[in-house]
Design a binder for this molecule. Structure first.
Ligand SMILES: CN(C)C(=N)NCCC[C@H](N)C(=O)O
Length: 288
C-alpha cells in the first residue's frame, strides 16, 4: 500500500506561504470592511489604514497565518490528495492518465476543507482579532491596542474565554470551508482539463488561470459565511452578542440588510485570484 506522500504536505506549505504574503493586505481590508462599519469602501479603508497605521497596518495579524499556513495548506492538499488516492487508487502522477471523476474530486475537496478548517480556526481567530485593532501600532499614551501581538492575544483569549475561546467561530469556519473547498478543487481540475490535451500535464499558464479562477469561485461562494464567521470571532470581545450562527445571520440582516452577506466579496475575489494562482502553480511545480 502507498504511504501518505510527505512531499504533498511540503508542497502545500511552501505554496500557501507564497500566496499568503501576496494577499494579506487585501485580507486585512476585507476583515475591516466585514466587521466595522466606519469605512466607506475599499479605497477609503486602504487610505485610513495607510494614514493612521502606516504600511505595517496592512500586515497586522500576518505572523500567525504565515506559521499556520504551513499546517493548514499542507493539511488541505495532503488530505485532498490522500482521499483521492483512497477513492480512486491513483497517485498525483497517475491522475493525468486516469483522471478521477468530479464527484470524487468534490468529496476529497470537502473532506480536505473540513479537516483544514479545524486546524485553521485558532490561527484565523487570532488573525481577525489583530486585524481589527485600529489603534496605530506605536501609540503613545492611553489608546493602547488590546492585544500587543499574537501570543498576547492567545494568552488573553485563554484567560478571558477559556480554551474553548480559541475555537470561537470554528463551527462557522467549517460550514464555510467544507462545501467551498469541494468547489475549489472541482473548478481547478475542470478548467485544467478544458485547456490540456488528455493525459498531459497542464501548462503553467493553465495552472495559473485555473488556480486563480478556483480561488475566485470558492471565495465568492464562501463570502456570506465568511462575514458571519468574522462577526462570531469578534463576538467574544464586548460580551456575548450572538447566540449562535443563525442568530448572528438574522440580526446582521435585520440591522444591515441582505447586502451584509456580500461585504468584502470584491476584495475577496481580487485577492483570491493571485493568491490561489500562485498556490496551485507552486504546488504543481513542487510535485513535479
Ligand atoms: C474559499 N476558501 C475558504 C478557500 N478557497 N480556501 C482554500 C484556499 C485558501 C487560500 N489560502 C486563500 O487564502 O485564498
Amino acid at each position: 500500500s502507498r504511504t501518505m506522500p510527505a512531499e504533498e504536505f511540503v508542497a502545500g506549505w511552501i505554496s500557501g506561504a507564497l500566496g499568503l504574503i501576496l494577499g494579506h493586505p487585501f485580507d486585512t481590508i476585507k476583515v475591516r470592511l466585514q466587521s466595522q462599519s466606519k469605512y466607506r469602501g475599499i479605497f477609503d479603508c486602504a487610505m485610513q489604514i495607510y494614514q493612521h497605521e502606516s504600511i505595517l497596518g496592512f500586515f497586522k495579524g500576518m505572523s500567525f497565518p504565515i506559521a499556520s499556513i504551513a499546517i493548514v495548506n499542507s493539511v488541505l492538499f495532503g488530505v485532498y490528495s490522500n482521499v483521492l488516492l483512497a477513492l480512486t487508487s491513483t497517485t498525483h502522477q497517475e491522475r493525468r492518465s486516469q483522471p478521477p471523476s468530479y464527484t470524487d474530486i468534490f468529496i476529497a475537496g470537502c473532506i480536505g476543507g473540513f479537516v483544514q478548517s479545524y486546524c485553521l480556526a485558532p490561527f484565523d481567530l487570532v488573525k481577525v482579532r489583530l486585524q481589527n485593532q485600529t489603534e496605530p501600532k506605536v501609540q503613545l499614551g492611553s489608546l493602547q491596542p488590546r492585544y500587543r501581538g499574537p501570543l498576547h492575544c492567545v494568552s488573553s483569549i485563554l484567560q478571558k474565554e477559556g480554551p474553548q475561546g480559541l475555537l470561537r467561530g470554528s463551527g462557522t469556519l467549517m460550514l464555510r470551508d467544507t462545501p467551498t473547498l469541494g468547489i475549489y478543487f472541482v473548478t481547478y481540475e475542470w478548467l485544467c482539463r478544458q485547456y490540456t490535451p488528455k493525459g498531459q500535464n497542464p501548462s503553467s499558464a493553465t495552472v495559473l488561470v485555473a488556480g486563480g479562477c478556483a480561488g475566485i469561485t470558492s471565495w465568492v461562494t464562501a463570502t456570506p459565511l465568511d462575514v458571519i464567521k468574522c462577526r462570531m470571532q469578534m463576538d467574544g470581545l464586548k460580551g456575548k452578542v450572538y447566540h449562535g450562527v443563525l442568530d448572528c445571520m438574522v440580526s446582521s440582516v435585520r440591522q444591515e440588510g441582505p447586502g451584509v452577506f456580500f461585504r468584502g466579496i470584491t476584495i475577496n475575489s481580487a485577492r483570491a485570484f493571485p493568491v490561489n494562482a500562485i498556490t496551485f502553480l507552486s504546488y504543481e511545480y513542487l510535485l513535479r
